[in-house]
Design a protein around this ligand. Structure first.
Ligand code: DQA
Length: 146
């Protein structure tokens, strides 16, 4: 299995950024944990953080040629703005799980809309870093074609 993890804008600042909202765990710690979990399951994990929408779109398009089985994405601020990320995910037709550290539905009203949720395999929000682990477990446990 080959799983891609995408982190959107400002998630490079995890650990320092609004720790009351996003916690103290850094992105490096999250990725290391996911890499270990994937390795133990005999799977390959690819991770990318970008502040640029086009870089994330390019990476999603590339995933098709790389036979990625599942995408875990925290689109961060692009959740609430990006038709382009939605279109890219629909274009490659790779199942994806949307993850948020915080619970956007419990925050400002502009965070209540997601351009991804209705086309996602699932949504995990408000559980902090463990949300990524649950998403990864889901892909590691699901049949190959999923
Ligand atoms: C976030 C929630 C988004 O509303 C916000 O823009 C982020 C992070 C989260 O993980 O809780 O940058 O996706």
């Amino acid at each position: 299995k080959r799983i891609l993890v995408l982190h959107g804008p400002n998630l490079n600042l995890l650990g320092q950024r609004e720790p009351d909202v996003y916690g103290s765990t850094t992105l490096t710690q999250i990725n290391s944990r996911l890499e270990l979990m994937a390795k133990e399951a005999g799977a390959e994990l690819f991770a990318l953080q970008s502040n640029a929408e086009h870089t994330l779109v390019d990476r999603i398009q590339q995933a098709k040629d790389e036979q990625i089985n599942g995408i875990i994405i925290n689109p961060a601020g692009f959740t609430h703005t990006s038709v382009a990320l939605r279109d890219a995910l629909l274009a490659v037709a790779i199942p994806f799980i949307e993850v948020h550290l915080s619970n956007p539905a419990a925050r400002e009203s502009f965070r209540h809309q997601s351009f991804l949720t209705d086309v996602a395999k699932g949504l995990i929000a408000g559980l902090g870093p463990i949300g990524y682990e649950l998403a990864l477990q889901t892909f590691l446990q699901s049949p190959q074609q999923d």
